[in-house]
Design a protein. Sequence first.
Length: 296
Amino acid sequence: MTLEFANKLGLGTNKVGGHNLFDNLDEQDGYDLVRAALDAGINVIDTAFVYGVGRSEEIIGDVIQDYDRSKIIIATKGAQNPDKDLAPDNSPEFLIKTVEDSLKRLKTDYIDIFFIHFPDDDSDKLAAVEALDELKQAGKIRAIGVSNFSFDQLKEANATGKVDFDEDYYSLAHRDEEVERFAYLDEHDIKFVPYFPLESGLLTGRYGADDRAKFDRLDDAKFDQIIKGLDVIKDIAATHDASMTHVVLAWYMAHPSIGLVIPGARNAEQAKDLAKSLDVKLSDEEFKAIDEAFKA
């Protein structure tokens, strides 16, 4: 993986133009959100074709015309085939077309990271990555990622060592990926990108023990562990004069296996607040304290 990042904090943009995913989105909010993030020092913008079926990419493409493109990392994802009711399609031909279409919507000559957003059921995953590598050699993408791939699919895709990023569900409250996946990623110099890093707000301090019913996907023991772990984060946040959200994001940024963390925001103020996590530098002891509190 050859990309260099000023920092590991990115902006997830499913609420930028994602009219098919969220009700009552204001497009101007989307424009303002991306500008605010860039102005605040967040220079990684993560989007996807399925966010508004191309609309998120178009808005981001408009905004970046006013900035130095060389200082922005653009990550986008594709796999959903409009001719197949948006079912995943990992065929080389479709992925090549997907990249070309994304380049047009983003109004740029290259995409820094292109992720295969979802695996399909039957395409050869190595062939898909090899097709993307041809685009990489041509300068149209700079790094190759896979998203939502099973561990076996990841290993198939990376058989020739050309996968740069792996994206999947991971948070302090959901650490299943650590069991064997992280060791493989470290061995093959693949950086991990977690989504849902704030666990639907549970890790921000917004919820407490009385909100058990809102997180029925967690068993009682796990939920209780998380609530206790939040006390550790709260104490560390007070030491840094920061919010719990900032400390959680700082923990991900300090994790050696994590290449990027991409929390989402809905408006400019939220983007500015996320950027404050860049000011939180955890000590080794603080990192370990949080790690131990949330150990699986």
